[in-house]
Write a protein that binds this ligand. Structure first.
Ligand code: SAH
Length: 256
């Protein structure tokens, strides 16, 4: 902790901060401001390393994906580290990819900290769910194609009994579908949506490492996307966009 701060404060705080989708230019001014004040930064795998460079020299940097003995910190360990450092009087930044409350387990962390009496401030981030398609030239809604967007986790296979997502219901929505964490289950998801009534010609885009300089886009339709992704060697982290809006790609001058 800096000497200046030691004098004026006894109680620390946790900033729950969204780092944006990858391109460091898409972090918010507020995110940069609190990073510059941090004594401790606990960051996730998806956070761009460039952003971490604004942290003060001497700040403790904790990689939640690769801790001490190179094991991944479990969620309860992350919670404990955040609370312990804050209660010791530190300004702690918990830095997460995208927005902290979209599939980031940010809600659980904030809840735990508040229960422990730690003060928490949330700094929202630009979520990959919207920004990654946008940078690739795909507007998630468009007057001519879609008036709604559904953001869903693809973590559980649709073949799993009691999975978190009702894919039959999602297939019936007249909505662009943005799937996060869906690469492992891509073929099951595509097959399920078709078996529940979506045309197999529905366009699909897979955007890997979106907004970053090494972004890769693979396009197809529900019928062929799994094979195309396999051929292209597409892998996580990637966003899957399903819907007619994918046809806009190439017309808006996005990063191809
Ligand atoms: N809170 C984050 C999402 C966390 S879930 C947010 O708001 O963006 C992690 C998933 O997000 C990844 O599996 C992937 O599907 C998606 N993702 C995050 N950043 C991405 C990027 N730059 N390119 C492609 N997908 C990304």
């Amino acid at each position: 902790m800096s000497r200046k701060r030691q004098g004026r404060r006894s109680k620390g705080k946790v900033y729950l901060v969204g780092a944006g989708p990858g391109d460091p230019g898409l972090a918010t001014l507020r995110a940069v401001e609190v990073l510059k004040e941090a004594d401790v930064i606990v960051f996730d795998q998806l956070v761009g390393r460039e952003l971490l460079a604004v942290a003060p020299h001497g700040a403790e940097m904790i990689d939640a994906g690769k801790y001490a003995s190179h094991h991944k910190l479990q969620q309860d360990e992350i919670n404990e580290v955040l609370a312990e450092r804050a209660l010791a009087g530190n300004t702690v930044v918990r830095l997460k990819g995208g927005d902290p409350y979209l599939f980031g387990r940010g809600g659980e962390e904030a809840e735990f900290l508040v229960e422990k009496g730690v003060s928490v401030e949330t700094v929202p981030g630009v979520t990959s769910a919207l920004a990654v398609p946008a940078v690739a030239g795909i507007p998630v809604t468009h007057r001519d194609f879609s008036s709604a967007v559904t953001v869903v986790t693809g973590h559980d296979s649709p073949t799993k009994k009691g999975g978190a997502v009702d894919w039959a219901k999602i297939a019936r929505l007249d909505s662009t579908i943005v799937v996060l964490m869906g690469m492992k289950n891509l073929s099951d998801i595509a097959r399920k949506l078709v078996s529940e009534g979506k045309p197999s010609t529905t366009p699909v885009a897979i955007i890997e490492r979106g907004t970053r300089t090494d972004q890769v886009v693979t396009v197809g339709d529900l019928g062929n996307i799994a094979a195309k992704a396999r051929r292209a060697g597409a892998k996580a982290p990637a966003i899957i966009v399903i819907g007619e809006v994918v046809r806009m790609r190439g017309r808006l001058g996005g990063r191809q």
